[in-house]
Design a protein around this ligand. Structure first.
Ligand code: ADQ
Length: 466
């Protein structure tokens, strides 16, 4: 079996002490099977006496090694805060208004990728499979190719791919789009993303993928594929059973929502939808509570700080208008909660609002399905703009921008007859169980393995420029 080199911005904690996010859990399974090296960013920025990115800091493990690259504060600001999270993230989630293209952040973004490639080069063996994760690291393959690496290289985009005009509006987007073409396999979460990527290729690089989603570029055949990410179904189901006593507020008619506090997750629109539901249904006063768990995230970025304030104001306004001495309609928790506790909370929700405005997949939707008691399941209300909606079509699909749609679905969820709840849940569970987390990495790596090895060198004009 080929060794695997995974490069992702977030890497696991070598001591295994920190709770890992969904992507880390997903990749850990693949690393344990293939062995190899997992390259990721050190959790803190570099002190003057620490190695710079040119040198990787290795932690040798039983199954695989972890190699950290250390960013300086300036690199972290330009590469991560600026270009990754204040240009690519908002743009790819359709929020061009939140783009912050100031300064030379693209140059820093590209330089960090080049330095990671240079640091990694001596550790690559000819048969290694290289798998780069997500929008922070798109140019890595181009820099590895420029250093003569001919290994099979794959890329997976965890977030949605945007419409063509949005791509055109991103500073340096042509170079970025060419950066995708330095891989042998480009993986997306949904079929919708493949369509949008193909349109961008056609109109911006004059490349047309064939009916099998393959195209030629720089003397290589590049495959585009759809690999919906998932969760560890068995583990999450066990957590939910063991923690089912962590009830949501509102007892039997509790609605639950769990997100990072990110503008892409549609919290404001969801809260307005819930307010509309309360306005339309006074018969539920005192009975139906929305528990919103919102994990703080990227708090140093102004858009996230403003969102936090707006959410707090809206929660307060709803509770002030509709709440009373004995009942508060929105129970808002601005904290990270352990995975075990999230599982228990999801299990006790009679409805779950997963209403992102744009989302690559959204794992909470899958977690909610797995956490339910099949004999008395809750109802999933899911945004049509979450990648998960392609697999989870038995959910109540809503337009997250339409407060009326969210309000009506909430009412439908809490009054849905048990037969319909069971039937919908059975379909949803089947969909999640048929594609567990192991399937995601296995399918992806099998497709990467099936790609022909790169023989021709990359023409210079396709490489990301410094
Ligand atoms: P995220 O944007 O982080 O991931 P998501 O897929 O929902 O979004 O995963 C979030 C994970 O964090 C879930 O496992 C959830 O349970 C957990 N979580 C959320 N809020 C929490 C809280 N308050 N406390 C504890 N845990 C919490 C990105 C993309 C997604 C894509 C994933 C994986 O944006 O579209 O599904 O990567 O590819």
């Amino acid at each position: 079996m080929n060794r695997l080199i995974v490069i992702s911005h977030r890497a696991p904690d070598p001591a295994g002490l920190k709770d890992s996010g969904g992507m880390v859990v997903a990749l850990k399974n693949a690393m344990q099977v293939h062995k190899g090296i997992w390259v990721g960013c050190a959790p803190t920025t570099r002190e003057p006496d620490q190695p710079d990115i040119a040198q990787l800091d290795f932690f040798h493990g039983d199954a695989f090694d972890i190699a950290y690259y250390h960013l300086s504060e300036d690199e972290h600001a330009g590469f991560y805060t600026r270009y990754s999270n204040s240009v690519i993230w908002p743009a790819f989630h359709g929020r061009l208004d939140l783009i912050d293209p100031e300064g030379n952040s693209f140059a820093t973004y590209n330089n960090v990728a080049r330095k990671i490639a240079q640091a990694l080069r001596p550790h690559i063996r000819p048969d290694d499979l290289i798998w780069v994760q997500d929008y922070q690291l798109i140019p890595v393959a181009g820099h590895l190719r420029a250093l003569g690496v001919r290994n099979k290289m794959g890329f997976f985009l965890h977030i949605p791919f945007p419409a063509r005009d949005v791509i055109m509006a991103i500073p340096h987007s042509q170079i970025m789009l060419r950066g995708f073409c330095d891989y042998d396999l480009i993986g997306f979460q949904s079929k919708r993303d493949i369509e949008k990527f193909s349109i961008a290729l056609r109109s911006l690089l004059d490349v047309t993928p064939d009916s099998n989603n393959r195209f030629q570029r720089g003397g290589r055949t590049i495959q585009i594929g759809h690999f919906p990410i998932s969760i560890d179904v068995e583990e999450f189901s066990r957590f939910a059973h063991q923690n089912g006593n962590h009830c949501v507020e509102g007892g039997s008619k509790g609605i639950i929502a769990v997100d990072r506090l990110d503008y892409s997750k549609g919290l404001l629109q969801r809260l307005r939808g819930f307010r509309q539901f309360l306005a339309d249904h006074p018969e539920h006063y005192g009975q139906v509570t929305l528990t919103q768990i919102a994990q703080p995230t990227r708090e140093h970025i102004p858009a996230y700080r403003s969102l936090k304030t707006e959410v707090e104001q809206l929660v307060s306004a709803i509770n002030g208008q509709y709440g009373g001495v004995e009942w508060v309609p929105v129970h808002y928790v601005n904290k990270r909660v352990s995975r075990e506790r999230v599982a228990g909370l999801l299990r006790s929700g009679k409805g779950c609002l997963v209403t992102p405005l744009a989302d690559g997949m959204n794992l909470v939707a899958k977690e909610f399905v797995v956490a339910q008691d099949p004999a008395d399941p809750g109802v999933l209300i899911l945004s049509m703009f979450a990648g998960a909606s392609e697999e989870l079509s038995a959910a109540l699909l809503v337009n997250p921008y339409d407060t009326g749609s969210i309000a009506a679905a909430t009412e439908r969820a809490i009054s849905m007859p048990i037969e319909e709840r069971r039937a919908r849940h059975a379909d949803l569970l089947k969909a999640v169980q048929s594609n567990s987390i192991g399937d995601w990495s296995r399918n992806y790596l099998a497709a990467l393995q099936a790609q022909a090895i790169t023989t021709a060198p990359q023409p210079v004009e396709f490489r990301p420029k410094d």
